[in-house]
Write a new protein. Structure first.
Length: 249
């Protein structure tokens, strides 16, 4: 069984026109293939999405329509990108989004793509497991671990920071199999990560909202946390009723 320093990983990141993996387009992509502290390969490119980049997206990644004009189209760069990804373990922050948007781009252009078959490690879930950062965004984790800033929120700068964050979050693991074994189980969150109750303890959120949220298509960790809190309250109510001598009156 390989130790972490002996395993080859690829950290990748895509900037896009939006958050719809099927209908939005990649406008920048970057990756670094690494083993331990050794960098094996890196790749980055802007991509002409052939559609307009909305202003709200530009505010996030600072990539404008003018910047991508004249850049290669996705069918020109994706084959080389996928060749570098190979069958390595993919790592990234909220990595399923990147995998899905790359897969959709490949299908749209009939480019052979097996990226969904690669094993992957999501550093967002590792950060939830770590549990000591107030916010689990990549930027907040960078500050938490005192990792040097790499400049604007762009694909390659995010990849560089992500690798440094990953190395901090995996210090307690001896090998990748231990990581995969732990990540197969849901992780109980401390705070609500989104919505109108974002940042609140689950115990402070009204039961009506918890019940509604538990029926949504959230990720496994959030659903587990919501359902755990609902179960705790139901058990609490049942206990209080069973110990209350006046409950049957």
């Amino acid at each position: 069984m390989k130790g972490l320093a002996m395993e080859t990983f690829v950290c990748l990141d895509c900037e896009t026109t939006g958050l719809d993996t099927e209908n939005d387009r990649i406008i920048e992509m970057a990756l670094i293939v690494f083993r331990g502290d050794a960098e094996i390969a890196r790749y980055e490119t802007l991509v002409d999405p052939v559609i307009n980049i909305p202003e709200e997206s530009t505010k996030i990644h600072n990539i404008t329509n003018e910047m991508v004009a004249g850049s290669p189209k996705i069918e020109e760069v994706l084959p080389e990108f996928l060749k570098l990804v190979s069958d390595h373990i993919i790592m990234g922050h909220g990595i399923q989004f990147d995998i899905d948007v790359i897969d959709a781009s490949a299908r749209r252009k009939n480019i052979p793509c097996k990226i969904k078959k690669n094993r992957s490690i999501d550093t967002l879930r590792l950060a939830r497991l770590y549990g000591e950062a107030q916010v689990n965004s990549l930027e907040m984790l960078r500050k938490h671990f005192n990792i040097p800033e790499e400049g604007a929120h762009r694909a390659m700068s995010d990849v560089i920071v992500n690798i440094a964050v990953y190395k901090q979050l995996t210090k307690s693991f001896s090998n990748t199999e231990a990581i995969f074994k732990r990540l197969r189980k849901p992780i109980k969150l401390r705070l609500m990560p989104l919505g109108k109750h974002k940042g609140r303890l689950f115990s402070e959120i009204p039961i009506e909202y918890l019940t509604w949220a538990a029926r949504q298509q959230f990720d496994q960790d959030l659903l587990f946390s919501l359902r755990s809190e609902i179960k705790t309250r139901k058990l609490g109510n049942s206990f209080s009723q069973s110990t209350n001598p006046f409950s049957c009156l």
